[in-house]
Design a binder for this molecule. Structure first.
Ligand code: SF4
Ligand code: SF4
Length: 302
């Protein structure tokens, strides 16, 4: 934030103190149970087996816009993860309560819904390490993991952090279409496609338009190229991997999206984080990218 990397996300500044002190969210908090839920999909543009992922990144603007479709990050295509994980954390708390009948304790469930340093907490809890792409990464499970926390007043034994295993790899940094990963572990959100298409309310800066490619909501590139995501298990929670939003959406339908169409498209998903005008804006950028390809079909009569 000191470098302005958070862009227009002023809420990060407003909640910085709370983020550093979980007791603000749950007085008397002593332990935080960190959980993760896999959301990797079969149709999420996984790299092909044997493909060198340092080579042109999947998805490229070229192959996606060839068919003039917009792409949506995997995590946003199923039922809103806030709802799914919150429900599961509540079930966990109730089961713990049943098991700890004689113990007085309180809890609070958080899923990207309260100012919690969830990725750092997950790393300290041993769920994985923070990769150079700034995502939490687990050697056996990859990084397509949604995080949640149960803040509790229980005094629990700590788990141990795991050892970082990025070693000398820089694939995610090399592959980022916008050079948003300025250095290992250093994300300038102002250049990140996920930020630009979801959090950034103003116009997307002209100089980044072309680099956004076909993404209309989020971006998976720095996870797709990561070696640890290639043979990891798929998500199994039916709600998370539900196909509420298709992997490809014709841009034609998005640039003219109506309020009714927007409601139908985003109903029940985290994709509603971007409002209608942002979806249209993102689609217009992707459509211009599609049209500017050298081999794009000409629409004039000449
Ligand atoms: S989400 Fe996309 S734009 Fe953002 S850092 Fe990763 S690769 Fe770069
Ligand atoms: S692509 Fe390489 S450097 Fe980036 S998170 Fe994965 S292992 Fe780490």
């Amino acid at each position: 934030m000191a470098r302005g990397y958070h862009g227009e996300m002023a809420y990060l500044e407003r909640t910085a103190e709370t983020r550093l002190n979980p007791a603000t969210l749950l007085p008397g908090v002593r332990s935080i149970i960190c959980v993760g839920l896999l959301y990797k999909r079969t149709d999420g543009y996984q790299p092909l087996a044997g493909r060198d992922n340092r080579a042109p990144v999947v998805p490229t603007a070229a192959d996606a816009t060839a068919r003039a479709v917009g792409r949506v990050a995997q995590y946003a295509r199923g039922v809103d993860y806030h709802v799914v994980l919150h429900r599961m954390l509540r079930q966990l708390a109730l089961r713990l309560s049943a098991a700890l009948k004689d113990v007085r304790w309180t809890w609070r469930a958080c899923v990207d819904s309260a100012p919690v340093l969830e990725r750092e907490l997950a790393a300290r809890a041993g769920l994985g390490w923070i990769g150079r792409n700034t995502c939490l990464l687990n050697a056996g499970l990859g990084s397509y993991i949604l995080l949640g926390e149960l803040l509790t007043t229980l005094e629990l034994a700590e788990d141990e952090p795991v050892t970082e295993r990025c070693a000398r790899c820089t694939r995610c940094i090399d592959a980022c279409p916008t050079q948003a990963l300025r250095a290992p572990y250093e994300l300038d959100a102002r250049r990140c496609i996920a930020y630009l298409t979801i959090e950034h309310r103003s116009a997307i800066p002209d100089e980044l338009h072309r680099l956004v490619g076909a993404w209309v909501f989020g971006c998976d590139v720095c996870q797709q190229v990561c070696q640890f995501n290639h043979s990891t298990p798929l998500g199994t929670h039916p709600d998370l991997i539900a196909n509420l939003i298709p992997p490809e959406i014709p841009l034609e339908s998005l640039v003219t999206l109506t309020s009714g169409g927007y409601r139908r498209l985003t109903r029940g998903t985290a994709a509603r984080r971007a409002c209608l005008s942002m979806w249209r804006r993102n689609a217009a950028v992707a459509a211009r990218n599609a049209a500017s390809r050298p081999d794009a079909p000409r629409t004039d009569s000449a």
